[in-house]
Ligand binder design. Structure first.
Ligand code: PRP
Ligand code: ZN
Ligand code: MG
Length: 226
């Protein structure tokens, strides 16, 4: 069992679309931090709630391993890694505690503008580039479509122009990246937004009360935003 802790540690994205709104949301819950020089760890001052600034893709693993207690991350990242982060009983070690109302995007299949889209069967035998191989693979199996999944960690939208793939499966927010690469969205696999993620089981120490306090404040802030 991990050692009892009396401070809560929240992982957020170091730099990217979710980092500023995540910090702002936590600040509006009354949290404040003393910056450390490298700024990867922010020591909580108003409450014993510290921030860890990390790559968003690392957040599910940090929670699953108990290195961090909570995280603010896209639902897409949680869903993609869910099948890898299971306990001995086969359940996912973390869950979505709250949807946070920012960072909305979709995980879409997109195809070249020139295609006349007729449905998912059109993807049979095609190469699909994605940073979401688990979600795409599960969806293809569900659709009974056998296709070639080409895993890429970024710049997925350029793969069709490079001849590396026929179609893509990636996040779409404004749609500007798709349009700039002569691609059009044809199907949505997942509606995503930033979420607060936490363990699937309660804390057994002082963190439980801290987490409950944070959730009460967060719910108040989220209610005001509606
Ligand atoms: C995301 C996503 C797309 C782009 C879509 O990448 O992977 O590339 O944003 O946004 P748009 O529809 O508004 O153009 P991001 O810039 O967040 O970088 P990352 O993939 O490195 O996280
Ligand atoms: Zn990322
Ligand atoms: Mg991207």
């Amino acid at each position: 069992l991990p050692a009892a802790r009396d401070r809560l540690r929240i992982a957020i994205q170091k730099s990217g679309r979710l980092s500023e709104p995540a910090r702002a949301l936590l600040a509006s819950c009354g949290l404040s931090w003393r910056e450390s020089r490298d700024r990867l760890f922010c020591y909580g001052e108003s409450l014993p709630v510290d921030l860890l600034l990390v790559r968003d893709d690392d957040i599910p693993g940090l929670i699953a391993d108990g290195v961090c207690d909570l995280g603010i991350v896209g639902r897409n990242v949680l869903a993609e890694q869910g099948s890898q982060r299971i306990d001995d009983a086969g359940s996912v070690k973390y869950r979505e505690w709250r949807a946070l109302g920012f960072g909305a995007c979709r995980l879409d299949i997109a195809v070249p503008d020139s295609w006349e889209w007729s449905g998912s069967a059109q993807l049979r035998g095609k190469r699909i580039a994605t940073s979401y191989p688990a979600l795409l693979g599960a969806w293809l199996r569900e659709q009974d479509v056998v296709a070639d999944v080409v895993p890429l960690s970024g710049s997925v939208e350029i793969a069709p122009r490079l001849g590396q793939a026929d179609a893509i499966c990636d996040l779409v927010s404004s749609g500007a990246t798709l349009a700039a690469n002569q691609l059009k969205p044809v199907l949505t696999l997942l509606q995503s937004e930033a979420v607060l993620a936490g363990p699937a089981v309660p804390f057994v120490d002082a963190r439980e009360e801290l987490a409950a306090l944070l959730l009460r404040r967060l719910d108040g802030v989220l209610r005001l935003k509606d």
